[in-house]
Every structure is written in structure tokens, then in C-alpha cells.
Design a protein around this ligand. Structure first.
Ligand code: FUC
Length: 824
């Protein structure tokens, strides 16, 4: 079967792109299939504009378009802290320090675990159904998601007539647009209806509008109060339209454009006083007068403003001709480097579609969910998953998409202040391992999962990272109060542990894992990840305060406390210890690799500064194994890239790009669905974003004293080219070309000026500008944190790796200047 696109789109795209240099692979950025999705949600194709989203099934006889809006969540404004925590805290700490884990666990379950409310669910709006009688038999079928235009296209023939459907979610027009056309006039006949699993009603207005009105569900005793409305209006060209009690019947039209407008009463996490019907009408009134050509043009322009910033070419083979599901089936054992570029760009596409300024952050399923009770509520799981969604935001040149997360952290810094005070008697703000639309900050789920007061520390690193890439002090000023509040919580909450007098977080855990010594009881003090998180938070807050020239006293306090945090320890198996005590089981294949947070995303473990910790981190990662849940594999791509092992990172990409269900073993089954969605399983979007970030980390790193080009290039990626990736310190790769595994050309623009230290795999031609490295690195942006401390167990046998040789250069850059260097 052949892939087809309508001529109008193809011509339009080519004309739009004419002015931009396009690599050959860029034109092949399509997911495509030779059969409909049928009933399989994970085969349908996602579109979104950050607020609205749709899954497009592409079924000829019964098109199904499942609709979402990002503020439709169960419940209403609520809080969930447990008021008994404060009184029980001293005893819980004593029990932990006395080694009485079981008793500590029981007491925390009673007094810290949420009494009732465990977070609300992200919920669907409903399903738009378009029924085409006589279209059960068809030929020439193909459907695709074109990442270049963010349009889902379906094409097929019935009785010699070619039918085309196009669906997109427009950012500028805040609507979902569906275009139905045929190459023979008068051919479009269908019935349209809408239904919802929510408490809802459907009205038909005149002959061309369906109106769905509903209210979100109750959960954990919290009444559902998000009111939503969707107006779905049909603009026919030729033919007739007629409304019945619950459907619109279109007969004999030449073409139809469907306008879908959706809105809710949600204003912010504490205010749901808006009028959803008025809002929906206002959106509809604005979009309705626009014709399809104008809508499409404005949609593509807005989308490409973000998407076109980055291009990646790893070469291509004949596999590119195959449908995407077949390419995923064959990937791990074949030779299809272009699928990596496609998957990478799909990750960027998903972030643009799921996270736009002013909206909600991408949740566990991004913005796509058909279920009233989705897995894990499709919430924000902030002990890895939500952060992972945003790992590619800066490096993959989508910093605007980071904004909804930044806003959520600001919200949590308000709601979490009361939680810090009520539950722990501490200043600043705290949040645990889950949050939701209502910005709850208390523990969620059984204590085994929920006892983790670290969400603020991890989320706050995103506030800093956005600055580290841009150097924008005005922005830093706006997030500094939240960053500072997160740090202030730990200044109060850290407690001295009796054995070494180190300052530790207690109670807490190494996310969702427990040592063999006390299975089923995760509660602990001073887990390695907690120490790294607090170290990271203090370091970032110190840098921020210094950049803004403020809070000298607080800086001194953080510096003093940072010195008293436990060191990272290398245990008896040569591993980086996961816990304060040497309790690791070398056969533990747990999906979380929390103690490697210091390696990635943080920068506390370095081949150059801390070679023993680097070797120990590597041992831990080998012991944990490769295949796991989708997001775990996505994390491991980044970790292997930070371990400068491109071949192992590549192996993980292959494991992840294996069809869901094929990978077997403990903690596994992770992989990729036909529509390239990540399989935990079930679908979770984090793995998509994690792997996208990992591909960036293989090509470019900037956390360890230099901008490191091609730090983890696999042997199989001999030749390639990338443009648009960003590095800390305001540097952007205009173009990077490598041939035979060697960097042959690099063009970089500096947006902030300052010293650019380059670390590269081979010698570059020096000129007046580029000089062999000498002395200290003067650029604060990729200056690593004050080196974290390490302690090595006498039982540990740590073999330090021999590193591949690199060359280092310094370049004094000026703002706005572009620099090009070639291989010597
Ligand atoms: C964490 C993970 C699970 C899952 C859930 C949403 O609890 O441990 O694997 O991803 O989040």
C-alpha cells in the first residue's frame, strides 16, 4: 500500500519550507499505517494544542475522535495533608534511627499517609463519532501523522472516490479542526454524534451544531465540579445538513469542515468560577468565520515556530518505506536509523502538543486520555515521571513548553507552604510524590509509595535549569521565591542522624523501593537520592541567590548545611549505595534508579571530578539491568549517555523501541506501541520524553565544565548532522556534522557571551579564536556543583574506567556571534 497526502497540504508545506534548509530526513517525518486503528487506542494518532487534544482513529466507516481538554479533572479544590503528622514525627524519626523500621512504617501509615484523598483523575471530554454508511469496504487506505505540519491525515477509496480526512489542533485558533473531502463532488454523507462517559447531556442546535455539556466525576469524597462544554459545528460545502434529536446528518456534501470548541469553568487550582458555556461560545465565535485554508495556514505557522528549530539526521535506509508499526517491529534487529530521528522528533511534537504556555503541564499521559479512571489517575507523579516529561524541554529547544511546569511549581510553592507547616512544623514548602490539577501537596497512596517529602526538591531543579540555558535574570527573579521556599523547607526539616551526625531527610525513602533487609517497608532516613536532591537544590538556590545578589545569610546557611549532608557511598559490591547503609542487593532489578539522580539529571557524578563514584554508578546501573518499564529505559538512555557509553545508550534505545509486550522479564514488558507512544505498560508518555532527552544527551552535554560535543556517539551512528540543540550558558548548535565518528564541523551561536569551553572527540583547526584549553573554566553556567563527597567501603573493589581521549578548547565568545570550526 502506498502512503498518500493530499496535494494541497504537500504543496503548501513545500512552499513554506522553501526558505529553510531542510535535511532529507526532515521530509520523512511521518508516522504512517496501511490500516485503520480499529478499536486500539494505542494505534490512534494524537493531536493537541496544549489545551485541547484528540486521538484520531482513522476508521473509514466509523471515524472516532476522542476529545480531551487539560482542565477536565475529577474533584474540585481540595487539600490532603494528614494533621496528625507533626505530633508523630519525633517518634517516627526515633524508630527509624533505632532500626525499628516496621514500627516506624506502622506509625507513618497511621499518621502521615493521607486519610482519604489520594489525588484526582485527569478525565475525558467525550467521543465524536462520524458514521459513513457504505465505507465498510475500501481500498488504497493510508493514514499518517505528519510531524512537519502536525496534521493527522487519512486517505482511502470507496467506489472509485478518494476520501480524505485531516485533523489538527490549532494553537492560534484554540479549536480542533476536522476537514472531510472527496475528489468527486457530492460524495460526503455521514451522521455525526457525540457521547461522553461523564455526567453529561447532548443537545442538537438547528441543523449544524452538537453541544455536549457535562461535569467531571467525584473521587475520594471530593465532589466533581469541573463543568465543561464542547460545541461541534459543521460547515458544509454543497449537500444538506439536518439535525435530529441526537445527531447531525450531512448528505451529499462536496466537503465539510468541523469546528470543535471546548472550555471549562476552571480558572486556577483554587477557583472554578468561570462560565464554561460563555467561554466555549467565545472560542467558537472567533474560529467559525475562518475558512479551512486560513485555519490550516495559521496552525502550521504557529506549530512550526517551535518544531522547525531542531533537525536531526542519522541517515536512512530502505526501512523508511515501511509503515511505522512494521518499523517498530523490526527496529531492534534491523538497520533503521531514521526511526530514531522520527522518534526523537515525535517526542518534540508531543511536548508542543501537550504543554503550551498558560496551560497545564503534560501529565502522565501527556494530554490524551479516554478513561474516567485512568492508570495512576493520569496525574503528576513527581518522583520521576513529571520531571522526565520536561527533560527535553531546554536541550531540544522548546523552552516555552517548560512554562506550564514552572507555573505548577509556583502554585505548589503556595499550597505546599501550609503542608510544610501543618505536617512537619517547617518553613518553606513541601510536596510529596504526586500532585494534580488542584495542586495537592500531602502524601498520596499507601505509605510505601507516599512517604517522600521530596517533590519540591526535584521539581525546583527545573526552575533553575530553564535559567541555566537562557541566563535570563528577569525570569530567574520570577522563580526565585519558589526555589528559595523549597530550600527553606529542608533547612528546617533536615535532622542529625545519630551515627555520623550527618544531616538527613527523615522520614523518606528511595522511591518505591525497599532494601532486602526489610522488604515492603520503604521508610528510611538519608536515602542517597534524598541527599543528592537536597545537595542539588541547595547548590542551585545558592547559584540563583548569587546571580541575583541577594539572601547572603541564607546562602551561608545552605552552604553550611550542604557540607553536613551524607557523602555518596560506594558499597560492598562496588555499587553506588542506594541507602545510607550498605543494603543493596546486586540482583535488584527495580525500575527506579533513584540513587543515580546524581548522575542524571543532576551533575554530582563525573568521570573527571569523581571517577570512583562514576565507576560505582556504572556498576549500579549494570546490576539494575537494561530492560524494564518504558520510563525506566528512557532514564537509562540518559544515564548511559552520561556514562559516556554511546553503545549502551543505543542498546537501551533498541530495548525501548521494541513493540510493547515483547520484552520479558522482571519489571519489564516496557516498549513502544504502534503509534510510538511509550508503553510502561500501560501507556505513559514519560518514556517518550525520557528517550528524546537521552538522544540529546548522546550528542551534546553541558553540565560538567564544558560543552561536550558527541559525548556518547554509538559506533552505529557513524555519520550524522544535527541543528538547533541548546547547551547551558546560552549556546545553540547551529549545525554539527560528524563523519566516520569524528566531529567534522561545528557552528555555534552564543546568546550570552562568555567563555565557551569545548570538549570534543577529535582535534579541531585552531585559529585566532579557538585556543587549547588553559586554566580554570570561567563560565559559571556549566560549572559543576562543589564536588560532592564520596566514601568508599573497604570491601569495595572500584575499578576506574579509562576514558576515551578528548580535546578541549576555550573560546571567548561575544553575544550574538556565530562561530564555525572544522576538523583538523
Ligand atoms: C511511579 C512508578 C510506576 C509508574 C507510576 C505512574 O509510581 O514507580 O512505575 O510509572 O509512577
Amino acid at each position: 500500500m502506498q502512503r498518500k497526502t493530499t496535494k494541497s497540504i504537500a504543496v503548501y508545506v513545500i512552499s513554506l519550507l522553501a526558505s529553510v534548509p531542510v535535511f532529507s530526513q526532515q521530509r520523512d517525518l511521518k508516522l504512517w499505517y496501511d490500516h485503520p486503528s480499529g478499536k486500539v487506542w494505542e494505534a490512534a494518532l494524537p493531536v493537541g494544542n496544549g489545551r485541547l487534544a484528540a486521538m484520531v482513529y482513522g476508521n473509514p466507516e466509523a471515524e472516532l475522535i476522542r476529545l480531551n481538554e487539560n482542565t477536565v479533572w475529577s474533584g474540585s479544590p481540595n487539600r490532603n495533608e494528614n494533621p496528625h503528622a507533626l505530633a508523630a514525627l519525633p517518634e517516627i524519626r526515633q524508630l527509624i534511627f533505632a532500626g525499628k523500621t516496621k514500627e516506624a512504617n506502622q506509625l507513618a501509615a497511621k499518621n502521615i499517609q493521607s486519610e482519604k484523598i489520594n489525588g484526582m483523575c485527569y478525565q475525558p471530554v467525550g467521543d465524536l463519532q462520524l458514521t459513513f454508511p457504505g465505507h465498510e469496504q475500501y481500498t488504497g487506505y493510508s493514514r499518517e501523522l505528519d510531524l512537519q505540519t502536525a496534521v493527522a491525515n487519512t486517505v482511502y477509496r470507496v467506489n472509485g472516490v478518494k476520501y480524505t480526512r485531516q485533523v489538527f489542533a490549532s494553537i492560534p485558533d484554540q479549536a480542533i479542526i476536522i476537514r472531510l473531502s472527496a475528489d468527486k463532488p457530492g460524495s460526503i454523507t455521514f451522521a455525526a454524534s457525540v457521547k461522553s462517559p461523564q455526567k453529561s447531556t447532548v443537545a442538537v442546535n438547528g441543523n449544524n451544531e452538537l453541544v455536549l455539556s457535562g461535569i467531571s466525576g467525584d473521587k475520594d469524597g471530593v465532589p466533581g465540579k469541573v463543568k465543561f462544554q464542547s460545541q461541534i459545528r459543521f460547515k458544509t460545502e454543497g449537500g444538506t445538513a439536518a439535525g435530529s434529536s441526537d445527531a447531525i446528518q450531512i448528505t451529499g456534501a462536496n466537503a465539510v469542515t468541523v469546528y470543535v470548541s471546548i472550555a471549562t469553568n476552571f480558572v486556577n487550582y483554587a477557583d472554578i468560577s468561570a462560565d464554561e458555556a460563555k467561554r466555549t461560545t467565545a472560542y467558537m465565535n472567533k474560529v467559525w468565520p475562518k475558512n479551512y485554508t486560513a485555519l490550516l495556514k495559521d496552525h502550521i505557522t504557529a506549530y512550526q515556530h517551535f518544531f522547525n528549530r531542531v533537525q536531526l539526521d542519522l541517515g536512512s535506509t530502505d526501512s523508511i518505506k515501511n509503515p511505522t508499526d512494521i518499523r517498530v517491529r523490526d527496529f531492534a534487529h534491523g538497520n533503521d536509523p531514521q526511526l530514531v530521528a522520527l522518534y526523537f522528533q515525535f517526542g518534540r511534537y508531543l511536548l508542543i502538543a501537550a504543554s503550551q504556555p498558560g496551560g497545564q503541564p503534560a501529565n502522565l499521559q501527556g494530554i490524551w486520555n479516554p478513561l474516567m479512571n485512568p492508570p495512576w489517575g493520569s496525574k503528576y507523579t513527581i518522583n520521576i515521571n513529571t520531571e522526565m516529561n520536561y527533560w527535553p524541554a531546554e536541550e531540544a529547544n522548546l523552552t516555552e513548553m517548560h512554562e506550564p511546569l514552572v507555573q505548577m511549581v509556583k502554585d505548589l510553592s503556595v499550597t505546599g507552604r501550609e503542608t510544610a507547616k501543618t505536617m512537619y512544623g517547617a518553613g518553606g514548602w513541601v510536596t510529596h510524590h504526586n500532585t494534580d490539577l488542584w495542586r495537592i501537596t500531602g502524601p498520596v497512596d499507601p505509605i510505601y509509595y507516599g512517604m517522600w517529602p521530596m517533590g519540591g526538591a526535584w521539581l525546583s531543579r527545573h526552575l533553575w535549569e530553564k535559567y541555566a540555558f537562557s541566563g535570563d535574570k528577569k525570569y530567574l527573579q520570577t522563580v526565585y521565591p519558589a526555589l528559595k521556599g523549597a530550600a527553606e523547607f529542608y533547612l528546617d526539616f533536615l535532622v542529625e542522624e545519630p551515627e555520623h551526625k550527618w544531616l538527613v531527610v527523615a522520614p523518606s525513602m528511595s522511591p518505591e523501593n525497599s532494601p532486602k533487609a526489610h522488604p515492603g517497608e520503604s521508610i528510611t532516613a538519608g536515602a542517597t537520592m534524598d541527599n543528592q536532591l537536597v545537595f542539588d537544590l541547595f547548590s542551585n538556590t545558592i547559584h540563583a541567590a548569587e546571580a541575583l545578589n541577594t539572601d547572603k545569610e541564607l546562602v551561608a546557611k545552605m552552604k553550611a548545611a550542604r557540607k553536613r549532608l551524607p557523602p555518596m557511598q560506594v558499597g560492598q559490591y562496588g555499587q553506588l549505595q542506594e541507602w545510607l547503609q550498605d543494603l543493596d542487593n546486586p540482583n535488584d532489578k527495580h525500575r527506579h534508579v533513584s540513587h543515580l539522580f546524581g548522575l542524571y539529571p543532576a551533575n554530582q557524578i563525573s568521570p573527571y571530578r569523581t571517577p570512583q563514584l562514576f565507576a560505582a554508578a556504572r556498576t549500579s546501573l549494570i546490576q539494575r539491568g537494561d530492560v524494564s518499564t518504558g520510563w525506566s529505559m528512557g532514564w537509562k538512555v540518559n544515564l548511559w549517555a552520561r556514562l559516556l557509553d554511546g553503545n549502551h545508550a543505543w542498546k537501551l534505545i533498541k530495548d525501548q523501541l521494541t513493540p510493547a509486550g515483547v520484552n520479558k522479564g522482571e519489571n519489564s514488558g516496557g516498549g513502544t506501541y504502534p503509534n510510538l507512544f511509550d508503553a510502561h505498560p500501560p501507556f505513559q508518555i514519560d518514556g517518550n520524553f525520557g528517550c528524546t532527552a537521552g538522544i540529546c544527551e548522546m550528542l551534546l552535554q553541558s553540565q560538567d565544565g564544558a560543552v561536550h560535543l558527541l559525548p556518547a556517539l554509538p559506533d552505529d551512528w557513524k555519520n550524522g548532522r544535527v541543528s538547533g540543540l541548546r547547551a547551558r550558558g546560552g549556546f545553540e548548535i547551529k549545525e554539527m556534522i560528524w563523519e566516520n565518528g569524528q566531529l567534522s564541523k561545528i557552528t555555534i551561536v552564543s546568546t550570552l557571551g562568555g567563555n565557551l569551553r569545548l570538549r570534543v572527540p577529535n582535534a579541531l583547526k585552531e585559529n585566532g579564536q579557538l585556543k587549547a584549553v588553559s586554566g580554570d573554566q570561567l563560565n559559571v553556567f556549566f560549572q559543576p556543583d562543589e564536588t560532592a563527597k564520596a566514601e568508599i567501603s573497604p570491601k569495595a573493589n572500584v575499578e576506574i574506567d579509562t576514558l576515551k581521549e578528548t580535546m578541549q578548547y576555550d573560546l571567548s565568545t561575544k553575544v550574538g556571534q556565530v562561530y564555525t570550526f572544522t576538523k583538523k
